[in-house]
Design a protein around this ligand. Sequence first.
Ligand SMILES: NC(=O)c1ccc[n+]([C@@H]2O[C@H](COP(=O)([O-])OP(=O)(O)OC[C@H]3O[C@@H](n4cnc5c(N)ncnc54)[C@H](O)[C@@H]3O)[C@@H](O)[C@H]2O)c1
Length: 332
Amino acid sequence: MILVTGGAGYIGSHVCALLLAMGREVVIADDLSNSGADAVERLEKITGRRPLFCRGDVRDTGFITGVARTYRPECTLHFAGLKAVGESVRRPLAYYDVNVGGTVTLLRALRRYGGRRFVFSSSATVYAPSEVMPLTEESPLGPYNPYGWTKFMAERALLDLVAAEADWRVALLRYFNPVGAHPSGLLGENPRGTPNNLMPRLCDAAAGVTPRLSVFGLDYPTRDGSGVRDYLHVTDLALGHIRAMELLETSAGAHIYNLGTGVGLSVLEMIAAFQAATGIAAPYEVCPRRPGDLAAYYSSPAKAEREMGWKAEKTPADMCGDAWAFYKKSFI
Ligand SMILES: NC(=O)c1ccc[n+]([C@@H]2O[C@H](COP(=O)([O-])OP(=O)(O)OC[C@H]3O[C@@H](n4cnc5c(N)ncnc54)[C@H](O)[C@@H]3O)[C@@H](O)[C@H]2O)c1
């Protein structure tokens, strides 16, 4: 049995789709604070198999211990968490509570009843701001917002646990910028409130839901002045979790991997890719830089390819086309 916390959410649901298609038994634990129960039906529609579903909060010791005791998962993929950088600045305690406290509560439950293989959703925000690109797993750490610190601390707790108890096997996966959606159009990103990442805002502007896309800063020292990020398709990212799970079947200890394409794309390049993929020229306007945004960052994913045989394959056209197909199906 594989336990997927946050499995009703954006990235977790894509991983569940792969696991179910592989014939694995899956139990999702999710409080649905940022997703809907219909993820279970959608997964069944895509794969012909229905995951088990337990609604509850990973911070709730009684709930998560009950899940671990009932299902005795041999491996846990931990996606449940809060993820909005800006909100983490305004509500730091909520972020530490869920992302650090929730992870510790989950680990305690697994320590008692579950298997000791654990794949953690970390983030490129654990790295210190730098002008030296690409970021490798050896690049200096030093988050610059509360969200990044929560991921840093959860990583630290996991590394310390592996050092103290040799039977734990842990993969820390540092995602860059996941975008896109399932090719079926049934799974994708469903941001509550005003989205602050590029692709949902781009879709809103393309659909006319907002008059135009704000491009924050056109005066960065990049190819065209707009910010550069390492966007990767969510199905590529999902596959990285399967490779990490497989690696933990044979490798002890802690393993850290960047999951990105290794290619930086600018905001203007993404807008152009969106137009090429969908035929829609999303209107945009240039706005001042957002405080805290970096000019450019992108990964070196070489270690993940070398050690796990994982490499992102999908193109910016796939990312934009699939995101738009999901958006049209869900919101128009
Ligand atoms: N999307 C990104 O850009 C990105 C980048 C780097 C890392 N991550 C990390 O990946 C993970 C998944 O991100 P996502 O984009 O799929 O987010 P998401 O919000 O779509 O999914 C998270 C899921 O966890 C659930 N959840 C939240 N708090 C919970 C709690 N206390 N108990 C139980 N369930 C809870 C939500 O209902 C949701 O279904 C998060 O930990 C996030 O920090 C995401």
